[in-house]
Ligand binder design. Structure first.
Ligand SMILES: Cc1cc2nc3c(=O)[nH]c(=O)nc-3n(C[C@H](O)[C@H](O)[C@H](O)COP(=O)(O)OP(=O)(O)OC[C@H]3O[C@@H](n4cnc5c(N)ncnc54)[C@H](O)[C@@H]3O)c2cc1C
Length: 353
């Protein structure tokens, strides 16, 4: 693994996989004009063979030679300044349990995966984002410790998928047998001909989505899904990413048309205890101004010009969405089911009430 600097193209450069069976490699743009290179050590090579500066320059030049002469990456690679170099072995492994009493495993301590999917750090961040608010809620509101059990229930299936995904990508990129590499190349040439398949691969839609099927979830088809993250406009005209408005709180989202009938139905002790925030999605700026005049001040009004949030109501325009502090949908329900949702939530979080 080599980090190089002084690449003018690094801000816009793509990730490039060099699927050369003689020396599989990958290069990834890094901040501040940097680039990371990873080269596979062959069975008959020693670590020190590849850590020699001249060998590194040779590997980089060999890889770049396979790109078209006009490629910005090839031009940017003409002068090579090595910043850091090391040899590492990657693993695909998963802890059988993420928790022992008061100790939790997160990140690489819980799971190790090959780097091809670029998901090692991301998975660790998802772990932390999943667990931290649960520990805080337990400490502040004395919720049932059962909430902490949901950490492994929710995170382990997704990291398992990510490990398989990263290992499969590695198996595609790294064959060193020429026949296998030829088969792979033929398959990719066919895929290139199909626009949807090409997009599916190029935009990494093949990557497993972080959807939860079990854990701290109540009811509704979309429960367990992560909210989108559009830029929204708030009542005071500020443009901000949705999660900044959510501020790590439980929220209930309603469409503008339904807001008036449920505005005062979230005043009970349970909702106060969870510091619930009510968010009303308005279709236009004019509707937001109208809502400002007619709805209680504690309701946060937003407009999402991108339409991403509105799509959640496409098939169920009457539903309310209850979301968790980590922006996952806890329940999708009709206002007539509110008492049942309150009961489920109380039994899960505060079973002794
Ligand atoms: C070459 C390479 C490329 C990668 N590329 C990507 C990528 O593109 N995208 C991506 O998402 N991930 C990538 N990863 C994975 C990513 O780097 C790791 O998943 C991530 O750093 C794990 O974070 P962590 O905090 O769980 O563990 P670590 O980063 O290992 O942090 C653990 C820390 O704990 C410290 N520590 C250990 N023992 C003790 C102790 N007893 N007391 C106190 N401190 C201790 C260690 O010194 C270390 O600082 C890559 C990894 C490698 C090696």
């Amino acid at each position: 693994m080599v980090d190089t600097i002084d690449h003018e193209d690094s801000a816009t450069a793509p990730i490039i996989f060099f699927c050369n069976p003689a020396r599989p490699a990958v290069t990834v743009p890094a901040p501040n004009g940097g680039r990371r290179w990873e080269f596979m050590l062959q069975a008959d090579e020693h670590e020190k063979d590849l850590l020699d500066d001249a060998a590194i320059v040779r590997c980089i030049r060999q890889a770049l030679q396979t790109l078209p002469a006009s490629s910005p990456a090839r031009q940017a690679g003409e002068s090579i300044h090595i910043l850091r170099k090391t040899v590492y072995t990657f693993h695909a492994t998963l802890a059988t349990t993420f928790r022992a009493d008061r100790i939790f495993l997160l990140g690489d301590a819980a799971h190790l995966m090959p780097p091809f999917g670029g998901q090692g750090m991301n998975s660790g961040l998802r772990d932390a984002y999943n667990l931290c608010w649960k520990i805080a809620l337990l400490g502040q509101q004395d919720t049932s410790p059962r909430l902490l059990e949901s950490y492994q229930q929710e995170r382990q299936p997704h990291v398992t998928q990510m490990i398989y995904f990263s290992a499969s990508l590695g198996a595609i990129i790294m064959p060193t047998q020429r026949a296998l590499a030829l088969l792979r190349d033929c398959a990719f040439i066919s895929i290139q001909r199909s626009k949807p398949l090409r997009r599916w691969l190029a935009e990494m839609e093949v990557k497993p989505r972080p959807v939860y099927r079990a854990g701290f979830l109540l009811s509704g088809r979309s429960s367990g899904q992560l909210l989108p993250q559009p830029m929204v406009t708030s009542a005071n005209g500020q443009r901000l990413p949705l999660d900044q408005l959510i501020e790590g709180r439980f929220c209930v989202f309603t469409l503008y048309e339904k807001q008036a009938e449920i505005s005062d139905r979230f005043q009970g002790a349970l909702w106060q205890r969870l510091k619930l925030q009510q968010i009303c999605l308005c279709p236009t700026q004019e509707a937001l101004e109208l809502a400002k005049a007619n709805l209680p001040a504690h309701i946060s009004l937003i407009v999402d010009e991108s339409g991403q949030l509105g799509r959640l109501w496409r098939h169920h325009p009457n539903q309310l969405l209850l979301t968790r502090p980590d922006c996952y949908i806890l329940a999708a329900f009709h206002s007539s089911q509110l008492a049942s949702i309150e009961g489920q939530l109380e039994r899960y979080l505060f079973p002794t009430i």
